[in-house]
Design a protein around this ligand. Structure first.
Ligand SMILES: *Cc1c(COP(=O)(O)O)cnc(C)c1O
Length: 372
C-alpha cells in the first residue's frame, strides 16, 4: 500500500480529495484505492453493516445457517435472554487489512458476528466489569481514586464482538447539550480527581466542534491536569487524526495521553503508523492496550510481533487485558494460566518496556488487577 505519500500535509490532501470521490466507484476492486481518499465521517458512513456483505467482499461463502448472524435477530429477539442487538460495523479501512479468502483472519474474527454469540455461558453477563455500579453522574464512571471516566458516546469506529460495553445503556442520560452538566459538577466537587478519561464507544467519533466543547468544559475544572483519550479510531479510521484535531489537543493546558487499541500486528498498516507518528511528533504520548483473544493473538509470536511493531514506532504497550466476561464473547476467552505463560515467553524476547502488564478487571476493586 504505497499509493499515497505519508507527509504532514496528508490531512489537506484528504480533505480536498474527499470532495470529488465518486461514490459509484465504491466497488470491491476500488476499495483499496479509495479508503485513503475519504474523510473520516465518510469512512464512518461507508462502513459495512451486514455480515454477509463482509463475507462477500472477502470472497468467503455466506453464513452457513441463515438467521444465525447477530444482525438477524436484532429487534425480534431484543430483550430476550441472550438476544443482543449489537450490529456489525466494520470500516473499509479495517477490512482492507484482512486477507481475502481466509475465514480465520485475525482481524475478521474480531468483527464478524457468528452463532457462537448466542451461546449461554455461565459467568458471561451483560455488565462484566460493574460499570453500572460506578456511575457517579450521567455518563461519568468513577471507579478508581484520582481518575474518572466519561462515556462520551455509544458510537464507535468498529464493533468488536468481544466489546465489554456491547450492552451498555448509552442512551440513558440523553443527547442534549447540557448532558455533561452533572458530570462536570461532580468533577468540580471532587478535587482529588486530576485525570479525566474519555471513552465510549469511541470519543473520537464526536465531531471536532463537540469534542472542542467537551474538552473546554474539562479544562475549566482547575484541578484536572490530564486528559486521557481512549480510542480505537487511529487504528480503524486513521484519517480521523487530522491536523485540526492535533492542533486543538496541542493547545490544551491539559497533558494529553492517547490510549489506542490494537490486538494484532496486521492492524498496524502504514496509514495507522503515520497517524500515530503525527500524534507522537506533536508531543502526545501514545499507549496501546490489547485484549488477549482466542484465535486472534493467543500465541507468543503474534504478541511479540505486535509489541515490537508498536515500540518500533514509539508506541508503548500498556495493558494486555484478560477478556471481560461479557455475554456472547465466551469463544474469545483464553484461560489466565495460558495468558501467564504467554507473558513469560514474550518477556524473554522483548525489552522490558515493550512488555504490557497483563491485567483483569474485577468488579469492586480500586484498580485493575495484575495477573502477570
Ligand atoms: C480501566 C479504567 C480506568 C483506568 O485505569 P488505569 O489503570 O488508570 O488505566 C479508569 N476508570 C475506569 C472506570 C476504568 O474502567
Amino acid at each position: 500500500m504505497t499509493h499515497h505519500g505519508s507527509t504532514d500535509q496528508s490531512d489537506e490532501i484528504l480533505a480536498t480529495r474527499a470532495d470529488f470521490v465518486p461514490t459509484a466507484l465504491n466497488t470491491d476492486s476500488d476499495d483499496r484505492l479509495l479508503t485513503r481518499c475519504v474523510d473520516w465521517q465518510t469512512a464512518m458512513r461507508r462502513a459495512i453493516r451486514d455480515p454477509d456483505e463482509l463475507r462477500r467482499r472477502l470472497k468467503l461463502p455466506p453464513t452457513a445457517v441463515r438467521g444465525n448472524a447477530a444482525n438477524d435477530f436484532s429487534g425480534s429477539l431484543d430483550g430476550i435472554e441472550g438476544g443482543i442487538n449489537f450490529p456489525t460495523f466494520v470500516p473499509l479501512e479495517f477490512l482492507n487489512r484482512m486477507v481475502a479468502g481466509d475465514p480465520c483472519d485475525p482481524l475478521l474474527r474480531q468483527v464478524l458476528p457468528g452463532p457462537e454469540e448466542q451461546r449461554q455461558d455461565p459467568g458471561f453477563v451483560s455488565d462484566p466489569v460493574g460499570d453500572l455500579r460506578s456511575v457517579a453522574a450521567p455518563g461519568l464512571l468513577h471507579k478508581y481514586p484520582g481518575r474518572a471516566l466519561l462515556v462520551v458516546t455509544g458510537a464507535c469506529g468498529v464493533h468488536c464482538r468481544y466489546c465489554f460495553r456491547r450492552e451498555f445503556p448509552y442512551h440513558e442520560g440523553g443527547g442534549t447539550s447540557d448532558r455533561w452538566d452533572g458530570a462536570m459538577e461532580y468533577l468540580r466537587e471532587h478535587t482529588e480527581i486530576d485525570e479525566v478519561l474519555l471513552s465510549g464507544g469511541d470519543p473520537l467519533t464526536l465531531v471536532d466542534a463537540s469534542l472542542d466543547r467537551l474538552i473546554g468544559s474539562i479544562e475549566s475544572v482547575r484541578h484536572i491536569r490530564r486528559l486521557r483519550i481512549h480510542t480505537r479510531m487511529p487504528i480503524v479510521i486513521p484519517q480521523r487524526i487530522t491536523r485540526a484535531l492535533i492542533d486543538r489537543l496541542s493547545r490544551s493546558r491539559l497533558a494529553i495521553w492517547f490510549v489506542v487499541h490494537a490486538n494484532h500486528p496486521n492492524e498496524l498498516d502504514e496509514h495507522v503508523l503515520d497517524a500515530l507518528r503525527r500524534l507522537i511528533d506533536r508531543g502526545i504520548p501514545v499507549l496501546n492496550q490489547a485484549v488477549l483473544l482466542r484465535g486472534v493473538n493467543d500465541d507468543a509470536d503474534t504478541l511479540v510481533e505486535l509489541c515490537r511493531r508498536l515500540v518500533n514506532h514509539r508506541v508503548q504497550p500498556y495493558y494486555l487485558h484478560q477478556l471481560d466476561r461479557v455475554r456472547g464473547a465466551a469463544h474469545f476467552e483464553v484461560p489466565v494460566d495460558e495468558g501467564r505463560k504467554l507473558i513469560e515467553q514474550i518477556r524473554k524476547r522483548l525489552p522490558g518496556y515493550a512488555v504490557p502488564t497483563y491485567v483483569t478487571e474485577q468488579p469492586g476493586e480500586e484498580s485493575k488487577t495484575v495477573v502477570g
